[in-house]
Design a protein. Structure first.
Length: 146
């Protein structure tokens, strides 16, 4: 009896030339990513608790939300959200598709931030590379907001 889960494409993106690329891309998570978990663990160790995860009661479902203080934190992956610090290159195949996809992601992030700010929330975006390079400094940024 084969218990291995069969891989199945979701057909939202163009078919890559290499099936392994498709499998890798499909395995990328939207919630509880490694950078997000690292930040949450660091917050917990520094005594910062009482936040909500992926809070649905405000626009954009922030990765970390402090509802009482109206602080929303988004932990953005450098590749998918097009980090201004890293300035990563585009994929070499299906360039038009990826350009449109990344532009939609950037626009969606902007809309989420503006909607939260209109409701009186302070929005902090922390990039994956900032967590990797200077996790303690990001925790301090959050402490200052609180």
């Amino acid at each position: 009896m084969d218990t291995k889960k069969k891989y199945c494409r979701d057909s939202r993106s163009p078919i890559p030339k290499n099936e392994q690329t498709s499998k890798t891309m499909s395995a990328i998570k939207a919630k509880n990513t490694k950078p997000e978990l690292l930040l949450r663990k660091a917050l917990w160790h520094s005594g910062i608790k009482g936040y909500r995860l992926h809070w649905k009661k405000v626009p954009g479902r922030p990765d970390i939300a402090f509802p009482g203080k109206k602080i929303a934190i988004f932990v953005n992956g450098c590749y998918w959200h097009r980090c201004p610090i890293c300035n990563l290159s585009l994929p070499k195949s299906n360039v038009e598709f990826w350009t449109n996809k990344f532009n939609r992601n950037i626009e969606r992030d902007k809309i989420k931030t503006e909607a939260l700010e209109e409701l009186g929330w302070t929005v902090l975006t922390i990039w994956e590379c900032e967590i990797k390079k200077e996790l303690d400094m990001q925790v301090e940024r959050i402490k200052k907001l609180l």
